[in-house]
Write a protein that binds this ligand. Structure first.
Ligand code: ZN
Length: 412
């Protein structure tokens, strides 16, 4: 597993990207006990310097070099595991010195690799903001994927063949599948690469979907003028059992960690429900949708945390997923994702330039009061246009919302 970590802002950006290894066929109870030291850090991956203000061509070349460097480190790291010279056997079994001093006949297989979505894309030469499990088109990431209608899985054998061919047609095919050309060590290891990634509670749910849910609810309640009630109820949730008492309102916390998200999931539904009490009959329908979608997403998270599953619990999880996707648009009002915000910012820059030209052109003709009026009109116009742009582009097209559609199968 690997987990890029931001360490500090105080003395420049300090980051680390450690890789850990463990042995899969030991009990998870032993593996999860810190005192057994069964998870070992084996290397730190290189983190490239962020380039800004360089021409696009140079940036692309630098990124290609970064991928090659990362890949070389991974190749050296994984080589002893997978390409160990072992004359005499063709089956890749070899004698391994174990912790108890005995040698055992072993066949190591890379079985899983836990990482965040963006990190996983970097490790496997996929482009950003695409699904790492399947070839779902970027503009369909928001949609619910029923178990019998899942998209074609990422086929790393095909990517390897196309990358090795390195022809114009092959590279175009790779681009259309959102894959970067080049040697990637994972495609040369005897394993099913698309099965390496496993459902990940921390990255996908706690600091992923639950974080999104929080922000959707915040925008949603602002739009429906219920934020004051929400903050009041939020702050009054009592310390109970092992729940940490809250000294701050929701707005005052800039970033949540996994443990806080887990605690928040215990009371969020009650706070959302209570803050929407009263209102007109027309509002009730909208409020009910919001409550049901909140409940469904929290249920998916709760089910995913079960220590064991059967067909019934997995079907409840699938039902909750379906319920979440139906009417999730209730949260879209006032919400804009990263892409929509970037587009809105570009529009803002363009309109600011137009305002500047207008101001300079009419500098002589405008009286001071006329100038003030024009500038206010410009400000209102820009703010309106930005609002419209965000509203039109707001959507749920991001990989995490899509990836939970693929959780039931690996758990099964
Ligand atoms: Zn997918």
């Amino acid at each position: 597993m690997s987990d890029g970590t931001h360490l500090s802002n105080f003395a420049g950006d300090k980051q680390e990207w450690p890789v850990y290894m463990t042995i899969g066929n030991q009990s998870s109870k032993i593996r999860q006990m810190p005192s057994t030291h069964s998870i070992v850090m084996v290397t730190l991956l290189p983190i490239p310097i962020k380039n800004s203000n360089v021409p696009q061509k140079q940036l692309d070349e630098q990124r290609q070099t970064n991928r090659e460097v990362l890949n070389e480190v991974l190749r050296r790291l994984l080589q002893p595991l997978t390409f160990k010279q072992n004359p005499g056997t063709e089956s890749r079994y070899y004698n391994v010195l174990c912790a108890d001093g005995n040698f055992r006949h072993c066949k190591p297989v890379l079985a899983a690799w836990l990482a965040g979505c963006a990190e996983y894309s970097d490790l496997h030469h996929l482009m950003r903001d695409v699904c790492v499990w399947c070839e779902c088109p970027k503009n369909e990431l928001r949609d619910y994927v029923p178990p019998d209608k899942q998209h074609r899985r990422q086929d790393y054998n095909v990517y390897r063949t196309l990358s090795d061919a390195n022809t114009k047609a092959a590279n175009a095919e790779l681009s259309s599948r959102h894959v970067h050309q080049g040697f990637n060590v994972f495609r040369h290891i005897p394993c099913i690469v698309s099965d390496l990634l496993k459902p990940d509670l921390l990255h996908t749910m706690q600091i992923g979907m639950l974080d999104h849910l929080d922000r959707w609810i915040f925008h949603y309640l602002t739009t429906h003028e219920r934020l004051d009630q929400y903050n009041a109820i939020w702050s009054s949730v009592p310390a109970y059992y092992n729940l940490t008492p809250k000294n701050t309102s929701y707005e005052e916390v800039s970033q949540w960690n996994g443990k806080e998200m887990k605690e928040m999931s215990w009371y969020l539904l009650r706070v959302v429900t209570q803050s929407q009490r009263g209102g007109s009959p027309a509002q009730h329908a909208v409020f009910n949708h919001a409550i049901l979608r909140t409940r469904a997403l929290l249920e998916i998270y709760m089910y995913a945390r079960y220590k064991s599953h059967d067909d019934a619990t997995l079907s409840y999880m699938e039902d909750a997923l379906r319920c979440f996707h139906t009417f999730k648009d209730v949260f879209i009002l006032g919400w804009a994702g990263r892409m929509a915000k970037a587009k809105a910012n570009a529009l803002r820059m363009e309109l600011m330039k137009k305002r500047k030209v207008d101001k300079e052109t009419n500098a002589q003709a405008w009286t001071p009061s006329k100038k003030r009026g024009e500038m206010i009109a410009w400000r209102d116009y820009i703010s309106h246009e930005i609002g419209v742009s965000k509203e039109l582009d707001a959507d749920f097209n991001f990989p995490k919302i899509h990836s939970i559609s693929y959780w039931v199968k690996p758990i099964h």
